[in-house]
Design a protein around this ligand. Structure first.
Ligand code: 5GP
Length: 245
């Protein structure tokens, strides 16, 4: 997210990212707004689709409590409206934690796995959160040299990410969904506790229909695989159990 500039009388976000904006709320919380924007390939491809913010907000508001119940604390407190989350203030750790169960996306492109290969055990990877360098892969030494993280913290992040993976798979599998991979972000809350931040949604996860292996996530936008909004709607309905209006 980048710092926002102040214009006009409309409330200005503290930060505005590619699909969400963060506004002040109170001493301990922010208001996180899910917008209708979609981006891919480091924001080279962009679109706006009415309703997309609603679907992702609802998916995240369903999955974050699943993770919390499984013992991984998160920044999510409650929905303030259909597209707004009340979240705890955190200081973000400047890396992304990726968990992969099935080969798709960059692990296919960069390492030559056949798409759809089921890994014997989940693969955890760390990327630097920096679009201008295309989120390069990190190891403990590079992370420490950059002042982004260190081996102890990365070991804790890995353990938390694997717990999130087990919780999400346990929730999604009975709903006929596979979880090939996903991205997590973490931060320190005001008490100095390491917690899960950001979102868990169709923008940050790959969801596949278990039978057909059809994508129900942002890959439909990335790779022009079909009707993007209908895809987010189906992901919303299957994950939340609610019917879209
Ligand atoms: P890949 O490495 O294949 O591009 O992504 C692996 C998984 O992490 C996918 O589910 C993808 O959506 C998610 N992911 C990786 N990097 C990012 C990112 O910078 N932003 C978002 N929203 N998701 C990401």
């Amino acid at each position: 997210m980048s710092a926002a500039t102040s214009t006009g009388n409309a409330p200005q976000p503290l930060y505005s990212g590619k699909a969400k904006s963060l506004y002040p709320y109170d001493e301990k919380h922010y208001r996180m707004v899910f917008r209708d924007d979609l981006t891919a390939f480091d924001a080279v491809k962009k679109a706006t689709m009415k309703g997309k913010g609603f679907y992702n907000s609802q998916i995240a508001a369903t999955l974050l409590p699943v993770v919390e119940k499984a013992g991984v604390p998160t920044h999510f407190v409650k929905l303030l409206s259909d597209t707004e989350h009340l979240v705890r203030k955190v200081r973000i750790v400047r890396l992304e934690v990726l968990v992969r169960n099935i080969a798709a996306g960059s692990i296919v492109k960069n390492y030559g796995f056949a798409e759809g290969t089921v890994f014997k055990k989940p693969i955890v990877m760390f990327d630097l959160k920096e679009d201008k360098f295309h989120d390069p892969l990190l190891n403990e030494d590079i992370a420490e040299a950059l002042g982004v993280s260190n081996a102890d913290e990365m070991a804790r992040l890995r353990a938390m990410a694997l717990k999130v993976n087990t919780a999400l798979r346990g929730y999604l599998e009975p709903r006929g969904l596979l979880l090939p991979d996903f991205k997590l972000e973490f931060g320190y809350d005001l008490e100095g506790k390491l917690i899960l931040a950001d979102e868990i949604s169709a923008d940050t996860c790959r969801f596949w229909d278990a039978k057909s292996k059809r994508s129900l996530d942002k890959d439909v936008f990335r790779f022009d695989k079909g009707d993007v909004l209908a895809t987010y709607k189906e992901a919303f309905e299957r994950i939340t159990g609610k019917k879209a209006a």
